[in-house]
Design a protein around this ligand. Structure first.
Ligand code: NIG
Ligand code: FE
Length: 407
């Protein structure tokens, strides 16, 4: 019998475990994998010879680095159409909010998504996902929210789940029913929240199509009272909670997410220090979406210093979507997080690995440790800060997902 299924050697390891060396660095390390699990990790000179003597497959880092596979904890990558025309309008002076209030924005993607058949949605999403995967991604969260009727929300979630069968990647799905008020409910807010709470959530839970529920708590989205009602229903149906909070104004979304024990509050540009402290008390993570900040030319930054001081886990995600963040690279999201939000490159990498996993409910990934899942990314770099440093280039040389190598 072989000593192991996969041996990764001849390079450095950024284990991303907290509390020790920066990046959890092991300079000349090896990772030993059996099946889909890491069974040994450490310095090459300490590796037990019976474990590394006769591997079935070897991945030679050639002096590069291996990190945990990247986890993008917030995307909307299933959608029809695009919003390049709105981008042009914004560049001529219209704001994201004005476009939304005039019936464009999210609702224009809702029309395009409702009109697209499943094959089209799958093909488009597949291409976007392939782009993320090429940059070292092994786990991704995908939200619904461009259907806004029961049938199309279910279709979006099924397409998101179907991507997992086509690609070597783990997918977590989120129902985002309260994303915008669909045109057929334009004069019946209560009726739409009824639809989400009485039909969408029970059906999605019954079919097991989503792991979590999310809402857009904002002037152009839903009120804290409407989000509260949805949160209670989702909790009753066993769904974890997330919230698009304080993106365009301080709607007290951070406090709301904290009050309900949400796993995360996301965006957070207008969150107050009090909101950040409430998140610290409830263990709610801050999902930072610098792609949306960049693309909407936002100037107000999330309260990063307060998150850091209060030890709120900071997650970095792409928010890949057609309106506010058409961003197809997790590495570019990390670069934006450093340049625009002043995260350190180590915080940015932790935000796409160790801190991202719990937001999706995973305890088995995000760090390189014995017993964790063999989800890894290999890089042609001399130091892990380079992952946040290069702009628009891709040093990923191989990805391991569940012990299988993707080159
Ligand atoms: O995360 N803010 C709300 N939702 C998305 C944008 C959706 C869109 O504009 O299509 C976001 O930024
Ligand atoms: Fe989003």
């Amino acid at each position: 019998m072989s000593s192991c299924d996969l041996l990764i050697r001849n390079g450095a390891i950024a284990t991303m475990t907290a509390g020790g060396e920066p990046y959890g660095t092991i300079p000349d390390g090896v990772v030993v994998i059996r099946g889909d699990v890491i069974v040994w990790v450490g310095r090459a000179e300490d590796a037990p010879s019976d474990l590394i003597a006769d591997p079935i497959e070897v991945l030679d880092l050639d002096g590069g680095w291996v990190t945990p596979g990247l986890i993008d904890a917030h995307t909307h990558l299933v959608f029809g159409g695009d919003r390049a025309g709105e981008f042009e309008r914004r560049l001529s002076g219209a704001t994201y909010e004005e476009i939304a209030r005039s019936g464009g924005g999210i609702l224009s993607t809702v029309s395009a998504t409702r009109a697209a058949d499943d094959e089209t949605l799958l093909a488009l999403a597949s291409r976007r996902l392939g782009g993320l995967m090429a940059h070292g991604l092994t786990t991704v969260e995908i939200k619904s929210g461009y259907g806004l009727d029961l049938e199309t929300e279910l279709r979006m979630l099924r397409v998101a789940r179907a991507l997992e069968a086509e690609h070597d990647v783990s997918i977590s799905t989120t129902l985002l029913g309260l994303h915008a008020l669909p045109p057929e409910y334009a004069h019946d807010r209560v009726g739409y929240v009824d639809l989400v709470c009485n039909e969408m959530i029970p059906e999605v839970a019954r079919l097991g199509l989503a792991d979590a529920a999310d809402a857009f708590c904002e002037g152009i989205g839903f009120t804290p009272a409407e989000c509260t009602r949805m949160f209670r229903t989702a909790t009753d149906h066993g769904l974890a909670l997330r919230l698009h909070a304080d993106q365009l104004s301080d709607s007290k979304g951070a406090e709301l997410a904290a009050d309900h024990g949400a796993r995360s509050a996301d965006h957070l540009e207008y969150t107050s220090n009090a909101g950040a402290e409430a998140m610290a008390r409830s263990g709610t993570a801050a999902v930072l979406l610098p792609g949306a900040f960049y693309f909407l030319s936002e100037t107000r930054r999330p309260p990063i210093d307060t998150f850091r001081a209060a030890e709120v886990p900071m997650v970095v995600a792409s928010d890949l979507n057609p309106g506010s963040s058409p961003l197809g690279s997790p590495l570019l999201a990390m670069n934006f997080a450093c340049v625009l939000f002043r995260l350190t490159p180590e915080e940015a990498l932790a935000g796409m690995t160790r801190c991202a996993a719990p937001v999706l409910g995973y305890a088995d990934r995000g760090v390189i440790e014995v017993g964790t899942r063999a989800d890894l990314a290999c890089w042609d770099i001399g130091h892990p800060a380079e992952l946040s440093y290069w702009i628009g280039s891709n040093p990923c040389i191989a990805v391991v997902h569940g012990g299988r190598v993707r080159r």
